[in-house]
Write a new protein. Structure first.
Length: 406
């Protein structure tokens, strides 16, 4: 069994599961926030009901009510929303392990950034995710009865610090992905440690015939609102590894930080709209201004600057691939068929930066990208696109033989 192929299929299936779970979680989260903001509140509602709304979808009419605290008794059928969140985090962590921990030499670590072993990088990664929840939860408890704006500003500064810190340890691609995982862990932590336990307390009170304490619902609502504002930046960060203009620049940590502000602006617009408080233009104006700054930062002259790695020690992957039979032939093939695009300064018309940030300028770069070369230009004809550089079947076979020979 070809482990590289099996690993790639496993990545595809886990990523598919992750996207499906995330769609369910995000969709439910956005729906309930919009529903809560748009409730019709007034004297027409029965006693104990905070608001209601009529909706039509899929050919049917729905009448939804929200209680101020809880109904008088436990309903016979109660739907809980939790597994979408848990499945999203678990599948996301699975992706992190499969791609970044098992592929640490290629995706997680760069000796030019920090000379760490794969196990050290994985340990730092996992510890940072746990640290994120501890710091965030401490901030929330500190400001539980205080100013929510102060809390959000504090969280933003934590995220900025983490954005910078990750770039001092991991590759640019891994740094932004980890910032997304850091934030997503906070969001799932809210569901697992706060929202669900508080809801269980309220349901236990109902079953026992007691009136639930409203404070548990208030706290849960606060955490749910935080998740609402963090969702859009997390989605962007999870997609950022496809765009080198985002992750492979000297200012990637600033770009990532600004994305949080941009996402908050967009959510302010939609939340205000759903609350029927009118249409605000300033959030979009500010979001576009932030985007302009991001684009300028991504185009700065220092972008994609390749630091010399001639004096850095070879990684185990580089040593193995450079010593494998057929390496010299593979280098000749890659430099002839791929280097016009996958270089610090592409010469192919219309290509302004190396696709996916993959650089193949020298032997070490080629050895480091052996797995991607094997999958995209050896086993498949994904690269070059449309076979524009006319790579021959025997050349693809040589690339496969080189990697298998390692």
């Amino acid at each position: 069994m070809d482990w590289i192929v099996l690993h790639d299929w496993l990545l595809a299936l886990v990523r598919w599961a992750h996207v499906i779970a995330a769609m369910g979680w995000i969709g439910a989260s956005f729906y309930f926030i919009a529903l809560d903001l748009g409730l019709n509140r007034g004297s027409h509602n029965p006693e104990g009901v905070a608001g209601d709304e009529w909706q039509v979808h899929g050919g049917g009419f729905y009448h939804v009510q929200k209680y101020q605290v809880a109904p008088a008794s436990m309903p016979e059928h109660l739907v809980w929303f939790k597994w979408d969140s848990y499945a999203t985090w678990l599948s996301g962590f699975g992706l992190l392990a499969l791609m970044y921990y098992l592929g640490a030499d290629l995706y997680l670590l760069d000796p030019r950034v920090a000379d760490l072993a794969a196990w050290q990088g994985a340990l730092i990664s996992m510890a940072s995710l746990a640290l994120g929840w501890i710091v965030y939860d401490s901030l929330c408890r500190w400001q539980q009865d205080g100013n929510n704006n102060v809390l959000m500003i504090g969280l933003f500064f934590v995220l900025v610090i983490m954005a910078w810190g990750y770039t001092q340890i991991f590759t640019g691609r891994a740094a932004l992905l980890h910032l997304g995982a850091f934030t997503a862990s906070i969001m799932t932590g809210n569901v697992f440690f706060i929202i669900m336990p508080n809801q269980r307390i309220s349901t236990a009170d109902l079953k026992a015939g007691r009136t639930p304490d409203p404070k548990y619902g208030i706290i849960a609502k606060q955490r749910s609102t935080h998740n609402n504002y963090l969702t859009l930046p997390v989605i962007f960060l999870m997609l950022s590894n496809h765009y080198p203009m985002v992750f492979a620049t000297d200012y990637n940590w600033i770009i990532a930080s600004l994305i949080f502000l941009m996402g908050v602006c967009i959510r302010i617009y939609f939340n205000t709209y759903h609350a029927r408080k009118g249409v605000l233009l300033w959030p979009w104006v500010l979001a576009v201004a932030i985007l302009a700054v991001i684009v300028i930062l991504s185009l700065a002259p220092a972008w994609m600057k390749q630091q010399s790695n001639e004096t850095a020690a070879l990684s185990p992957l580089e040593e193995r691939m450079m010593a494998a039979p057929g390496f010299e032939d593979a280098v000749d093939i890659v430099q002839a068929r791929c280097s016009m695009c996958h270089t610090g300064e592409p010469v192919w018309e219309g290509i302004h930066q190396a696709p996916k940030g993959v650089i193949l300028d020298n032997e070490r770069d080629i050895a480091r990208q052996a797995r991607s070369i094997y999958l995209h230009a050896g086993l498949s004809d994904a690269m070059p696109p449309g076979n524009v550089s006319f790579i021959e079947p025997e050349e693809r076979a040589a690339l496969v033989a080189w990697v298998k020979g390692s």
